[in-house]
Design a protein around this ligand. Structure first.
Ligand code: PSU
Ligand code: MN
Length: 310
């Protein structure tokens, strides 16, 4: 039911550091060939910290933790042949032996099933703007509430309603921690104006906090945690540039009548067009940074005493 790459299962057995990576951003979040380059660069970045990368997806129906080189290439070039799978889609894809890229929600579920506790992505899904009309709230948020995985991200994607996303995470009991910041980053931009109530100064402090949460799992905190890393100032985009592009991207989505799982990939493509590719450069830079941070946290976490249920 679950295929774990040899390198990953050896690292699991030996209690070494592992970082899960998702595949939706490869198949549906970035254009080819940047997506393939990024997929490989993220794995390389994790390795520089001494941790083992495990890119997750569903290969011909088999949930796979640690895609190999050929599979990464197929996921990067497959376009619409590769489904976008969130948690609800996993069983159907398995039964139909389909290829599918996993979202943050589905990647968390499969990482936890394999015993991996740390995961890096770009921006999580969240509460969409106008969600009070569309009810479009990403399954990523609910997954954070119930699955014990630390997700390293640059906040929620800027196309979303960020204040509502933060409120909803609070409702769900998910800790949102800033890395050396007290502010929720805005994915393409450093600043959102939204305050966080928890800040960790470095990777060791994040690992200690995450380890503490895991030891308290049965009494108070069964789910995950969000670590927010602001994009580097050198590659971040100004907020007003992003907001203008988001407004035009949302208008285009409205005209095109896009709904459901298509909304996020459509908006990301529209953002790239509106910013003449700048949003892609920012997205790639923050992904790389998050992979490195997750690797550092994972190596610090691996040095802490093992838990009963890791
Ligand atoms: N981060 C990126 N690019 C992406 C995504 C995240 O930098 O494409 C993906 C993630 O897989 C996330 C998904 O789970 O977008 C959210 O989709 P939705 O809004 O349909 O839940
Ligand atoms: Mn959605």
């Amino acid at each position: 039911m679950l295929r774990v790459a040899d390198e990953v299962s050896e690292a699991l057995e030996e209690g070494r550091a592992i970082v899960a990576l998702e595949s939706t951003l490869i198949s549906h979040g970035l254009p080819y060939p940047q997506n393939l380059e990024v997929a490989q660069a993220l794995e390389a970045e994790v390795r520089t910290t001494g941790a083992v990368p495990a890119t997750i997806g569903v290969v011909r129906g088999v949930p796979t933790v640690g895609l190999n080189v050929e599979e990464l290439e197929r996921f990067a070039t497959g376009g619409e042949q590769i489904r976008k799978l969130t948690r609800r889609d996993l069983a159907l894809a398995a039964m139909q032996r389909a290829d599918g890229a996993t979202t943050v929600a589905a990647t968390m579920a499969l990482a936890a099933a394999a015993g991996i506790a740390i995961f890096a992505t770009g921006g999580i899904g969240g509460v969409h703007r106008q969600a009070s009309l569309s009810w479009d709230v990403s399954a990523d948020l609910i997954e954070l509430a119930r699955t014990p995985v630390l997700v390293v991200c640059a906040g929620a994607k800027a196309i979303l309603d960020l204040p509502a996303t933060l409120e909803y995470l609070e409702t769900l009991g998910v800790p949102v921690v800033g890395l050396a910041t007290n502010e929720f980053p805005a994915f393409y931009s450093v600043s959102s104006g939204l305050r966080l109530n928890a800040c960790a100064n470095d990777a060791a402090e994040v690992a200690a906090l995450w380890h503490t949460q895991r030891t308290m799992a049965t009494m108070a905190a069964p789910g995950g945690m969000l670590l927010c890393v602001p994009p580097s100032a050198a590659t971040a985009l100004p907020r007003h540039t992003v907001e203008e592009a988001v407004a035009r991207a949302l208008a285009a989505a409205d005209v095109a009548g896009v709904r459901g799982p298509e909304v996020t990939p459509f908006l990301l493509r529209a953002m790239a067009a509106e910013t003449e590719g700048e949003s892609i450069a920012t997205n790639v830079a923050l992904l790389t940074q998050n992979a490195r941070v997750a690797g550092l946290v994972a190596t610090a976490y691996a040095d802490l005493p093992p838990l009963f249920a890791r």
